[in-house]
Design a protein around this ligand. Structure first.
Ligand code: AN7
Length: 350
């Protein structure tokens, strides 16, 4: 039985003996071969399917650690800014811990599935008249003024420690690190966590070499690519619609120390990868997650990712999070009478 992230990697987690571990069984997600992407790119491609976590995104890896620490510190609640998945995860883990949860979300820019989760878990949801970056600033100030609430955004180091577990799992399964690791980048907590995880395994002699970190941002929200914050970030991938990443410096370190790169992928490239994943690999992810595969296609196409490489693409959130985007391309449904021949005709079986 998979014990959850903290117990699975206890000696690598900032948890003290005697602490109550708050877990929903997160981690241990599939590292899935991607035969179609491998054939397309001439690489050996695996998908780290982190939409298979309890609340449907990689955030659970960090939230189990952040909420466990908050509970141990005697805090009564958690607070976060979120484009959606952090709030869904914070709400679930706070509920599990018997704590309250407050979330600040940018007005009108949160995918339906994520809002449903925060609502279902009884979070206090404040729609802020601003974007994610405004929400994060607000959450930081509120948590500073009211220490009774733990700030559980990825500026909280316990989140990073928990999320490093994805790198441990990948190395444990492959017996090595990939040559290149592709992932979407928004607030840049996840790329920071992956690099910390790979470095820990390298320093402990568990892998011969770390991967090159290839981080991809939506073209309309690509501060790390431009080298300056983006005032009004815009992308269909609302999870990474972030203009001023909180972990900017750590993200740059991950890129530079790994001989990696940041690149921008357009919404069209994201949607192409999004559809390819569901239509050819059978893996349904939310748009932001597809940015890692859009980046794989772009970087193998322009030669910056060499053919024959062993590549892991993290797909960070389940497609059910954003049903509206999936339905954008739905054909208009035809109503069929209760008649087998009509069904056969509609399915062109005849
Ligand atoms: C599906 C999905 N894919 C990628 C990212 C980017 O990760 P970071 O670079 O660590 O921010 C997010 C981030 C979401 C939030 O920031 C939030 O939920 O507030 C995400 O939900």
């Amino acid at each position: 039985r998979w014990p959850g992230v903290i117990e699975a990697y206890r000696d690598r987690m900032p948890v003290e003996p005697g602490w109550t571990v708050v877990t929903l069984g997160e981690g241990g997600t599939p590292l899935l071969p991607a035969p179609h992407l491998s054939e397309l790119t001439g690489c050996d491609v695996f998908l780290k399917v982190d939409g298979m976590n309890p609340t449907g995104s990689f955030k659970d890896r960090g939230m189990t650690m952040a909420v466990t620490a908050a509970l141990a510190n005697g805090q009564q609640g958690v607070i976060c800014a979120s484009t959606g998945n952090t709030s869904a995860s914070a709400a679930a883990y706070a509920t599990r811990a018997g704590m309250t949860c407050a979330v600040l979300v940018p007005q009108g820019k949160i995918a339906l599935g994520k809002l449903a989760q925060a609502v279902a878990h009884g979070a206090r949801i404040l729609q802020i008249d601003g974007n994610f970056d405004d929400c994060l600033e607000l959450a930081r100030k509120t948590a500073a003024d009211y220490p009774v609430a733990a700030l559980v955004n990825s500026v909280n180091p316990t989140r990073i420690a928990g999320q490093a577990s994805a790198a441990y799992e990948i190395c444990d399964v492959l017996g090595r690190a990939p040559d290149v690791h592709c992932l979407p980048v928004g607030n840049a907590g996840n790329i920071t966590a992956y690099w910390a995880g790979y470095r820990a395994y390298l320093d402990d002699g568990l892998i011969p070499a770390p991967p090159r970190m290839f981080g991809y941002q939506a073209a309309g929200a690509a501060p790390l690519v431009h080298g300056a914050p983006v005032k009004n970030p815009e992308t269909i991938a609302t999870a990474i619609r972030i203009g001023s990443p909180a972990s900017w410096t750590a993200a740059m370190t991950a890129r530079d120390d790994s001989n990696g790169k940041f690149a921008a992928v357009t919404d069209d490239e994201i949607l192409t990868a999004y559809r390819l994943l569901s239509a050819r690999e059978g893996v349904f992810v939310e748009p932001a997650s597809a940015a890692s595969v859009a980046g794989l296609l772009q970087s193998t196409g322009d030669g910056t990712l060499p053919r024959g490489s062993l590549v892991v693409c993290t797909v960070t959130g389940h497609g059910l999070k954003d049903p509206d985007t999936a339905l954008l391309t739905a054909p208009t449904p035809t109503v069929v009478p209760i008649d087998p021949s009509a069904v056969a005709a509609a399915l062109e079986l005849a």
